[in-house]
Design a protein around this ligand. Structure first.
Ligand code: PLP
Length: 409
């Protein structure tokens, strides 16, 4: 007998992207030790937690250090106080959810990655292309795909998004059961209007499909007709799970807190065609495999909803979005085609002269000492694009744009 591994892991290809970015960066720094390299590739925030969050966080830590207020295991699905604050926040968008539909977790990455576990292995999956690779890789790991060929996994449906279709994915041309949508989008930074999203909700209703809607960048929305929640679309509660996170909204990338909304109306089907509620399945999964987010972190997350907290996190988001505007305008001024960056911290740049993504990456690194992320790493339709992020400092963003503006393409 020998230990057999899960061979689906051997099909995975996409860790290549960030490994290769890091390798080229390290090589460049080795050759040019004095270069001031500006990193605009990473999707991590740079501003610290806001004061109201820090206050709530440290007060909760004090409580944990006092015998009278100490807390042990909390509810796996999260504390009611935070679920209630989340429920109240949804009211801003006219959405009514129940606290029992909210599952607090340590990240939208884990949730979007783990959710597929509660669905059958033979479901057909659709993702947009380019895509946040977690959706793809977790389905590869589970065995819902074949091998990767020509940059795509067999058995997966890719919904192309590029400048030709204004980054609006078309409905799948073959039957699918589960559709991952992420809006505002990572990596393209583009959005869907309510009407555009409704097309997918209607499709899901007609085809008994489920939409997994990742709204991790919801807080960056600056356009009136862009929905903050998929549940703003009529009927979406019957067909969609929504993922949200405090990571980009409130600088929690290192603090870890997110949540998933699984409406009570949402159903899937057993092998006999009988309806099965999804909410209890996710609850069972979480209560079995997850032991909840720490009390201080949940108190910190709750503080983001206070009046002061809202004001403070808005200021931070505005800071990043001012960077996004600078990037958009500077690159447009030199004749580059740019997308996103209006309701998103990501700017998706078309490479000049039909350069491929890696060639443009190398050019920016070598000539401007600026690091982006090659679009081709997010899927075949990302070829010919490069992602820049607005999460750097204002000074670095300006400096990077000055350097790029001096280049000749
Ligand atoms: N979803 C998308 C689309 C993301 O881009 C990211 C992070 O980059 C995440 C989820 C991860 O969020 P979290 O930090 O809550 O795990």
């Amino acid at each position: 007998m020998v230990v057999k591994i899960n061979e689906n892991y051997l099909k995975l290809k996409s860790s290549y992207l960030f490994v290769e970015v890091a390798r080229r960066e390290a090589e460049f720094i080795k050759q040019n030790p004095d270069a001031n390299v500006i990193k605009m590739g990473i999707g991590d925030v740079t501003k610290p937690l806001v004061p109201s969050v820090v206050k709530a966080f440290s007060e909760a830590v004090e409580e944990m250090g006092n015998a009278d207020t100490f807390m042990g295991y909390g509810p796996e699905q999260g504390y009611e106080f935070l679920a209630q604050a989340i429920k109240d926040d949804y009211k801003k968008y006219g959405v009514d959810i129940d606290t029992s539909e909210v599952f607090i977790s340590d990240g939208a990455k884990c949730d979007t990655g783990n959710i597929q576990e509660i669905f059958g292995i033979d479901n057909k999956i659709a993702v947009t292309d380019p895509v946040y690779t977690v959706y793809v890789d977790t389905n590869v790991m589970a065995g819902r795909t074949g091998e990767m060929k020509d940059g795509v996994y067999e058995g997966l449906t890719y919904l192309k998004c590029n400048a030709e279709n204004a980054f609006i994915p078309e409905l799948p041309s073959e039957p699918v059961d589960i559709i991952y949508l992420c809006y505002p989008n990572n990596p393209t930074g583009t959005t869907l209007t309510k009407d555009q999203l409704k097309v997918f909700v209607d499709y899901a209703k007609e085809n008994k499909a489920i939409i997994l809607f990742d709204a991790a960048y919801e807080a960056f929305i600056n356009e009136d007709n862009v929905p903050h929640s998929i549940y703003e679309i009529e009927g979406a509660k019957e067909v969609a799970i929504e993922f949200k996170s405090f990571s980009k909204t409130a600088g929690f990338t290192g603090t870890r807190c997110a949540y998933t909304v699984v409406p009570k109306q949402l159903v899937g089907y057993d092998s006999e065609g009988g309806e099965v509620e999804i909410n209890p399945l996710w609850s069972r999964r979480q209560t079995t495999k997850f032991n909840g987010v720490s009390y201080p972190v949940q108190k910190a997350a709750e503080a983001t909803y206070s009046e002061e907290g809202q004001k403070e996190i808005r200021q931070v988001i505005d800071y990043y979005m001012a960077n996004a505007k600078i990037i958009r305008e500077s690159l447009s001024d030199i004749g580059l085609e740019v997308y996103g960056g209006i309701s998103s911290p990501y700017i998706w740049v078309k490479t000049p002269n039909n350069m491929d993504s890696w060639a443009f990456f190398d050019l920016l690194l070598n000539e401007a000492n600026v690091i982006g992320t090659p679009g081709s790493g997010f899927g075949p339709s990302g070829e010919g694009y490069l992602r820049l992020t607005a999460f750097n400092t204002l000074e670095n963003t300006k400096e990077a744009m000055d350097r790029i503006s001096k280049l000749e393409f």
